[in-house]
Design a protein around this ligand. Structure first.
Ligand code: COA
Length: 290
């Protein structure tokens, strides 16, 4: 057994209807694939219908499950409301929402136009709040339990240079996760988050590490475990947080980054670079002066 394999028992998500924003590509599609293989019915949403339809078709063939692709710009409250309504009338209910859709520009902040800044805030924070309000209000009205899983990032807690709108928006999503865990927990609605470190995806990877940047800032080298994440690892964690196995987990953010953010935090962590011979030299020097 290893981290590239599915973790949960077969049928762990039987009959659950899960709505994944940004489910047409990247990590959203990987999580969706695993949810389906565990028995869930899926709604995937993003702006591009053709991409969603192709993914839905491929996932249905691969898993034998049911996938409803619905195009929607999550910045638009009415569009999200309409999309949620279609999902609910198609499957009869929605049990869980994965707020996964995101956008990011890597740029010195002073180079961003106000519109660029607001575009990221709108997609990440307003998009998540639209989706959360609509699903939450519906669950509360129906006196139905539900689960939110918000995909944030490790720099939602630490902040990060050169992705400031994303950091600000994801920090907002994290605050929303913790706040609603308390406010809506008594109503049977759990809210949790995952903070992933580097997981290669075609879209985000190319956008955030363009050209020679991927070589210069090789993410695997920043990770104490010496590698990037595998999509199945994230899918395993996401499926657990959606499933009834995590029924007592509420308001939590789980970091899955191989120790990457801590590597950047500890004052002496750069000493990972010190070679064995250098340590030997330092030790013998110390012994001489002791
Ligand atoms: N760096 C800085 N600014 C950028 C940019 C970049 N790479 N790309 C676009 N902008 C600016 C635009 O110039 C525009 O500002 P302006 O009107 O002042 O010129 C503003 O951002 C909005 O751009 P626009 O292309 O009109 O926005 P959109 O709403 O059509 O699409 C995205 C925005 C983010 C959805 C689109 O770029 C996209 O699809 N990105 C891929 C998704 C993504 O980012 N994934 C990563 C997830 S981590």
């Amino acid at each position: 057994m290893n981290y590239k394999e599915g973790m949960l028992v077969h049928g762990a998500l039987d009959n659950q209807v899960i709505l994944v924003t940004g489910g047409g590509t990247g990590l959203g599609a990987s999580m969706s694939r695993y949810f389906l293989s565990l028995g869930a019915k899926l709604v995937i949403s993003s702006r591009k219908l053709a991409v969603l339809e192709a993914t839905a078709d491929a996932l249905e063939k691969e898993t034998g499950g049911l996938v409803l692709p619905l195009a929607c710009d999550i910045r638009d409250h009415n569009a999200v409301s309409e999309m949620y309504g279609k999902a609910k009338s198609h499957f009869g209910k929605v049990d869980a929402v994965v707020n996964n859709a995101a956008a990011n520009f890597i740029s010195p902040t002073q180079r961003l136009s106000p519109n660029a800044f607001h575009t990221i805030l709108d997609i990440v924070l307003k998009g998540t709040s639209n989706m959360t309000l609509i699903a939450g209000q519906d669950w509360i009205k129906d006196q139905k339990s539900g689960v939110f899983l918000n995909i944030v990032t490790t720099y939602a807690s630490t902040g990060s240079a050169f992705v400031v709108p994303s950091a600000a928006a994801k920090a907002g999503v994290l605050a929303m996760t913790r706040s609603l865990a308390v406010e809506w927990g008594p109503l049977g609605i759990r809210s949790n988050a995952i903070a992933p470190g580097p997981f290669p995806t075609e879209g985000a990877w190319e956008r955030l590490l363009p050209g020679h940047m991927a070589e210069k800032f090789n993410p695997a080298k920043r990770v104490p475990l010496g590698r990037v994440g595998d999509h199945q690892e994230l899918a395993n964690l996401a499926a657990y947080l959606i499933s009834p196995f995590s029924a007592f987990v509420n308001g939590e953010v789980i970091t899955i980054d191989g120790g990457e953010w801590l590597q950047g935090a500890g004052q002496f962590n750069g000493f990972r670079e010190v070679k064995e011979e250098e340590w030997n030299a330092l030790t013998s020097k110390r012994k001489k002066t002791d």
